[in-house]
Each structure stands twice: as C-alpha cells, then as structure tokens.
Design a protein around this ligand. Structure first.
Ligand code: C2E
Ligand code: SIN
Ligand code: SIN
Ligand code: FE
Ligand code: FE
Length: 380
C-alpha cells in the first residue's frame, strides 16, 4: 500500500453512496459468509482503509473469530481468546480505539499478521452492538490509505453508526444459522435412535411453537427469548420416538402400565438433548423434561411444583395441552372450545401456572388465529 499511491478522504457524497450501496445489499443477504464479507467491504471502503476484519464473539469458546476477508488468505477463519489483542480489548471495554502504529501498542498481538504475512500499522476498532446494547463483536479496520495514514474521529463516528445499523441484519442471519445448525444436530440425534416416527409432528409442533411464543410475549418476555422458546418447543415430545407405536397410537385409553411407559418420554427427550452446548437445544432439553409437570406438584417426571418448574416448561405445558385438546388424537376426538376453556379455568393453579392461564384466556383470539392458520387435514 505504501508506494506513494495515497488515497484521499471521501467526500460526503461518496461516503453516502457507499453506505446506501452496501446497506441495500446487507439487508437482503441471508448467507453468513457473504454478509460478513459485505460488512467487511463496507467498513474498509467507508474509512479508506486497506483491510477490514469483522470479529464476532463465540460464547461457547469465549473467543473472537473472524473470516479474514481481505488479502491473499481470502476467507480463512482465525480465532483469538476474547481478551486478546486490540480486538479483545475493545470487545471487553466496548469503547472505540484508534491506534497510530499497532506495533508500538502492547495490547496488539501480531499473531494474525504472522499467519497472513501482513503488516498492520494504523488500526481503528469499533464495538458492534445490537439494539439491546450487547456487544456482538468488533469491527477492525487496518491501515488507513491516506497520506496521513491515521483514522479520524469522523471515521469513528461513521463506522460506529454503520455498525449499529448492520448489527440487526447480522443478528438475524446469526439466529438463522444457529437454527439451521440446531436443526441439523437434532435430525442427527433422531437418526441415532434409528427410527423417526411420530404421528404428531408437522402441524402440531408448529402450533405448539406459535402458542408458546404468544404466551411468552404476552407474559413479558423479550422477542428474542420468545423466539428461543418458539424454536425449542417443537422438540418437547422428541422422547416419544422411543415409545412403541402400539402404545402411542392405541385407539383407546391406556392401561396404567402403558401410561407409565409413555411418561418416560419426558426423561428420554431430556437425555437426548441435555449434552448440547447450543442454547436452543439446552432450552429444548428443559422443555422436554418439564412440560408434563403440574403447578400443584402432581405431574411427572419429578413432581415439581409452582415456580420450581422452569417457566419454559410451564409455558409449553399450556400450549401443548391446548393443542392436544383442540385436535383429534388417536385416543380422543377434539373437544369443543367451550369445554376446553372450562378445563383451563378448572385447572388454573392445579395443572397449570395460574398466571399463564390468565394470559391464555386474555389473549384467546390470538390462540384461535394460530389454530386457524395451522389447521391440518388430519385433525378435521
Ligand atoms: P398428547 O396427546 O400430546 O397429550 C398431551 C397432554 O394433553 C396430556 O398429557 C394431557 O395433559 C393433555 N390431554 C390430552 N388429552 C386429554 C384428555 O382427553 N383429557 C385431559 N384432561 N387431558 C388431556 P399426558 O396425560 O401426560 O399424556 C402424555 C401423552 O401420553 C399424550 O400426549 C399421549 O401421547 C399419551 N396418552 C395419554 N393418554 C392416552 C390415552 O388414553 N391413550 C393413548 N393412546 N395415548 C395417551
Ligand atoms: C490478534 O492477533 O490478537 C488480533 C489482532 C489484534 O486486534 O491485535
Ligand atoms: C414469569 O415467571 O416470568 C412470569 C410467568 C409466571 O408467573 O410464571
Ligand atoms: Fe409430552
Ligand atoms: Fe405434544
């Protein structure tokens, strides 16, 4: 870069053009690698830098990771401890940092330079925060290409602003990627059992997921956590894959022994999911285990009561039973809505969390809309 071919600072019109151009492409990108590349390109072009690296925090490993987008090592993944280097410093402090010469700064680690054969000099690092003010990672731009070779306060302001706008697109794609990974993992786990069989998948799990999210939102959970519950709840009955068909699809009432066998699905589901480090599957494990606990302590498998039952389990209990009663099962016909509502009022504070029953009854319209929307042929 330093052959005397300095670049000029951008005119404000040029800057605007770059921002609009990238913003349009960033908001519609749903592939994580391509999005990271676009965000890195935008950071570089906006600040007249030679390179830009977008470091993201990996909670499981407590590391920052990046795809080094610019230079000969195109899209190679690098990782550093979350306390390491300039990127780690800014991740920890959440304050922007501007440095004239990285090699004069003790916080800088040349590891990445050593890997890539690149020579870092001027550096600017900006925290990347979401709307909840959580730091997702940091933007690091390297080597300002102007004659002065220094990042300016204007660069800090511009990139901080762009970072806050793009964080939303990034979070959406990260969430999507996490869901896809979780789905792959769960499909693999189901495959491990050797048999994938459940007559209730499809519309039932979709409705339960939607009911659970609605209950969560109306109970005051954030959109983010409600989405976690929504994505995790379809796996509540995963343990049923280990219960014999003859029992699950028995047309009539179960014997005591058969019902005890079915009850095992809660623990089986929990053990299938418990070892995952993914937040979605951790939530799913709790739900699998606790969705048949009763507020009054008369449920299973542990006989937990009240708030000792995880709120996710209490939420899915209401969602699951509402759906079980409102649709046909191999062993029973769908109930009339009036009978269902009477049942929930009767079981308020017995089987179900009283607060959640109130939330359910107060928002009945929303539940009925979901029921309409995801009606399946089999239940009619
Ligand atoms: P499921 O069919 O998904 O039902 C989930 C829950 O909805 C039940 O959990 C129960 O709390 C509620 N529920 C469903 N139908 C009725 C009903 O007719 N009356 C009342 N009061 N509640 C109802 P539960 O009881 O722990 O059952 C767990 C699973 O065991 C059921 O999941 C189903 O797969 C199986 N199961 C339960 N009872 C029978 C039965 O009599 N025959 C057959 N074939 N399976 C049954
Ligand atoms: C590293 O090599 O630790 C990352 C670069 C830096 O921010 O120091
Ligand atoms: C909560 O626990 O966060 C609200 C719902 C309830 O009372 O269980
Ligand atoms: Fe169940
Ligand atoms: Fe269910």
């Amino acid at each position: 870069m330093s052959n005397g071919h300095w670049k000029k600072e951008l005119e404000s019109e040029e800057l605007l053009k770059i921002i609009f151009d990238y913003a349009g492409r960033i908001t519609i990108e749903n592939n994580l690698d391509r999005l990271l590349l676009l965000m890195a390109d935008m950071g570089r072009d906006m600040t007249v830098a030679d390179r830009c690296t977008l470091w993201l925090y990996d909670e499981q490993m407590d590391e920052l990771w990046a795809k080094v987008a610019h230079g000969a090592h195109g899209m190679k993944e690098v990782r550093v401890p979350a306390e390491s280097g300039l990127a780690g410093y800014v991740y920890q402090t959440s304050e922007p940092l501007v440095i004239e010469d990285a090699y004069q700064d003790q916080r800088f680690h040349a590891d990445v330079d050593h890997t890539t054969g690149y020579r870092t000099k001027s550096v600017m690092v900006i925290p990347l925060k979401n709307k909840q003010n959580q730091t997702l990672g940091v933007y690091q731009v390297i080597n300002k290409l102007t004659r002065e070779g220094l990042f300016t306060p204007q660069d800090v302001r511009n990139l901080s602003l762009a970072a806050s706008y793009t964080a939303q697109a990034l979070e959406a794609v990260l969430m999507n990627t996490e869901m896809e990974e979780a789905q792959k993992e769960i499909i693999f786990k189901m495959g491990e059992i050797g048999e994938v069989r459940s007559k209730e998948t499809g519309a039932h799990v979709k409705r339960v997921a939607e009911y659970a999210k609605l209950l969560a939102i109306k109970s005051g959970f954030s959109e983010e956590e409600a989405d976690l519950i929504k994505v995790a709840s379809p796996m509540h009955d995963i343990g049923k894959v280990a219960i014999p068909d003859a029992i699950l699809n028995k047309p009539g009432k179960l014997s005591e022994e058969e019902f005890l066998a079915v009850q095992e699905h809660a623990n089986i589901g929990y053990h299938l999911l418990e070892n995952s480090k993914r937040s979605i599957l951790k939530a799913a494990a709790i739900i699998a285990k606790e969705h048949h606990e009763h507020w009054n302590g008369k449920g299973y498998p542990e006989g937990l009561s009240g708030k000792n039952i995880h709120i996710y389990g209490r939420i899915v209990a209401v969602a699951d039973v509402f759906d079980a009663l409102a649709t046909d099962r191999p062993y029973k016909k769908a109930w009339e809505m009036k009978r269902i509502l009477t049942h929930f009022k009767m079981e308020r504070g017995k089987q179900f969390d009283p607060t959640l029953v109130d939330v359910f009854l107060e928002n009945l319209d929303g539940f009925l809309q979901i029921k309409e929307k995801y009606e399946d042929d089999r239940t009619k």
